[in-house]
Unconditional design. Structure first.
Length: 318
């Protein structure tokens, strides 16, 4: 392998690649995928909050959580349900433009907010007497913010970037379900008050169909995230073991050939030591792109680990 010239850091802006997902996060995302249909199929708010809070406790180990929704007519953020919070916030209602309230800020700005120490946060409103950290994620779907999903912990610096990713994924399903509940409520009201107005009913049903499509797309994105290596864009090692078993079974059943190639980059460790991991990551990306272009969909490419790659070629004998 020809030794490339040392990269000039003055001409190359620093680039920070997305960190690979840990095994624990993969398991949590897979667990969320399993309960996503139940959450999205919730028929009312009570059912939705129970299922989402159960998932929050079982998968994420958050016992203190709450859902607050926006009342557009009154310009308020209102507590709809909570678990583990102080009783004093059961009927909490905050103006969206209020300077107080971490949740009000997140809903107004449509941004996730992590507070590592609530004792130093002037916007904090007590949800639990032992709360020291808070994480608030907006509930938004189809360009509309419906409210926020809020969790609190009894220790400082309790939330990591992976926690934010997993809770944001759960909040996405909750937002889709909440939107569906609202549309179903609209349908029921329309049926009672405007049973003769078929046009309005069809319009609301079309919006429900849109919600179903959004759920399907959310599941597709989550499934892709679980099986894809974030740096290379190729399939990851976890998916290789599953796909390899499938292809072995298919090849055996059909009596068809199956080729497997194992590749690695020569002297990659020495290269990383000399030029640094950021430049090394770019090499991994370029090599992965080359593999994908050469395959052109004729097989399956995986990043097995570090600089190692595996290619499966169903139907290839040589």
């Amino acid at each position: 392998m020809k030794k490339p010239r040392r990269a000039n850091p003055a001409k190359r802006p620093p680039r920070v690649p997305a960190p690979p997902l840990s095994g624990g996060v993969h398991k949590k995302l897979l667990a969320l995928l399993e309960v996503s249909q139940d959450i999205a199929a919730s028929r009312n708010l009570r059912e939705l909050t129970r299922r989402s809070f159960d998932a929050c406790a079982r998968i994420l180990d958050y016992s203190d959580c709450a859902i607050l929704t926006i009342n557009r007519k009154k310009n308020l953020l209102e507590m709809r349900a909570h678990r583990g919070y102080d009783r004093s916030v059961a009927h909490l209602s905050l103006p969206l433009d209020s300077p107080k309230g971490i949740t009000a800020w997140a809903a107004r700005e449509n941004r996730t907010l992590v507070v590592n120490d609530v004792t130093k946060e002037p916007r904090y409103i007590m949800g639990g007497k032992k709360t020291l950290s808070e994480l608030t994620v907006p509930l938004h779907v189809a360009g509309e913010v419906l409210g926020v999903f809020d969790v609190q912990r009894d220790r400082k610096n309790a939330f990591t970037e992976e926690d934010v990713l997993v809770l944001s994924t759960l909040a996405n399903y909750v937002a889709i379900a909440l939107r569906g509940i609202r549309f179903r409520d609209e349908i029921e009201k329309t049926q009672k008050a405007l049973a003769h107005d078929i046009t309005m009913r069809r319009e609301i049903e079309a919006r429900l169909q849109e919600t179903v499509r959004e759920l399907s797309e959310a599941n597709r994105r989550l499934e892709t995230m679980v099986i894809t290596d974030p740096l290379s864009g190729l399939y990851n090692r976890r998916y290789f073991h599953k796909k390899f078993r499938e292809e072995i079974f298919t090849a055996s059943r059909r009596g068809a050939p199956l080729a497997i190639l194992m590749l690695d980059l020569d002297n990659f460790k020495s290269f990383n030591d000399v030029y640094g991991h950021l430049v090394g990551d770019e090499v991994i990306e370029q090599a992965s792109g080359l593999v994908a272009r050469v395959l052109q969909g004729a097989g399956f490419a995986f990043r097995y680990g570090g600089e190692e790659f595996i290619i499966l070629l169903p139907g290839a004998s040589e």
